[in-house]
Ligand binder design. Structure first.
Ligand code: ASP
Length: 327
């Protein structure tokens, strides 16, 4: 039987009521008490945090905790708040590339202490998935199992809170059995890299966004920006010229990643006249990456290099299944 380890970080699954609202209070052992044979698993209490407070520093600690647990187990489950779980899963996918054991993140919409909570089934399903999955970073939520770098939280309260975007579901859990739905990815050599650069911004354009606002990124000590543009990758190029502003950022050495406000399918600046000059200006297309993957990948890439051509090459390369359609 595979030896599994639970790393608890907080989130709703671990929450207790307080006079100021729900606050994480249960530890890893408490959580394991809610699933059959939970006492057979090893565990680590890493944080007890609402995931709205999870930041790059916590990602580094999580990656290190996974490395430590990997020494003595065959699979890891991480309990985590749902609000930023997709960012964490994406970042761990980059930090722990080609990890040879499964790392499965899960959480819940309702505290596990509530009798009708989805926490018990989610934790049980995550454990079931971790017994069968190949190496990699995943999210298991409800009965769905997806690649961590393709997951997005798409619902605030429904039990099927996460979707796999532009990528098939890796599997499903039914009646305590894992059903594989995709062929395992070809794996390379395991490598761990945690020295990321958190100096990244995400800007979602709205009709009327000031070019000065875009340009202000350069004065904030930021080293890269992901821009969620309209549809396929459209920006203003009249009255308020976003293309001109993005060009100025690139000239200052700040990489600009062009993503879409649409959740599904790839974006490109190459189709419409409004965004045509962006390519020439040097923007890098996010292709079919999720925004969560684009942002965390940029932090990870900037941790390696500040050279624009190297950044472009790395952003376009597929490291863990995060991108299939690119420049
Ligand atoms: N605010 C909670 C968190 O992300 C929400 C949840 O876990 O569902 O920690």
């Amino acid at each position: 039987m595979a030896k599994l380890h639970l790393i608890a970080t907080g989130g709703t699954i671990a929450c207790m009521p307080s006079k100021n609202g729900l606050v994480p209070g249960l530890g890893a052992k408490d959580l394991l008490g809610y699933i059959p044979n939970g006492e057979d698993m090893g565990c680590t209490d890493l944080f007890s945090m609402d995931s709205s407070n999870i930041q790059p520093e916590e990602w580094q600690q999580m990656a290190k905790a996974v490395l430590a647990a990997r020494e003595h187990c065959d699979g890891i489950v991480i309990t985590h708040g749902t609000d930023t779980m997709a960012y964490t899963a994406s970042m761990l996918s980059f930090m722990l590339q080609n990890i040879d054991i499964p790392v499965v993140l899960t959480g819940s919409q309702y505290p596990i202490v509530r009798p009708d909570s989805d926490g018990r089934i989610n934790l049980k399903n995550a454990v079931t998935a971790a017994r069968s999955l190949p190496g990699g970073v995943y999210i298991a939520f409800g009965d769905a199992v997806m690649m961590g770098c393709r997951a997005v939280k798409t619902r605030t309260t429904s039990l099927n809170a996460f979707e796999s975007i532009n990528y098939p579901y890796v599997g499903a859990v039914a009646n305590d059995r894992f059903i594989s739905l995709t062929e395992p990815r070809a794996m390379g050599e395991f490598s761990c890299f945690v020295d990321i650069d958190p100096g990244v911004a995400l800007i979602k354009l709205i009709p009327g966004t000031s070019p000065l606002f875009l340009e202000s990124v350069a004065g904030c000590g930021l080293h890269g920006v992901v821009v969620e543009a309209f549809g396929l990758g459209g920006v203003h190029n009249f009255r308020r010229d976003h293309a001109e502003s993005l060009k100025k950022l690139i000239q200052k050495g700040i990489p600009v990643i062009l993503a879409s406000q649409c959740l599904y399918e790839a974006s490109t600046p190459d189709i419409y006249e409004v965004s045509h000059s962006l390519r020439e200006a040097g923007v890098i297309s996010a292709g079919d990456m999720t925004t969560e993957a684009a942002v965390t990948k940029l932090m990870w890439v900037l941790g390696h290099t500040r050279d624009m051509e190297e950044i472009r090459r790395m952003m376009n390369r597929d490291y863990c299944g995060e991108i299939a359609i690119h420049d």
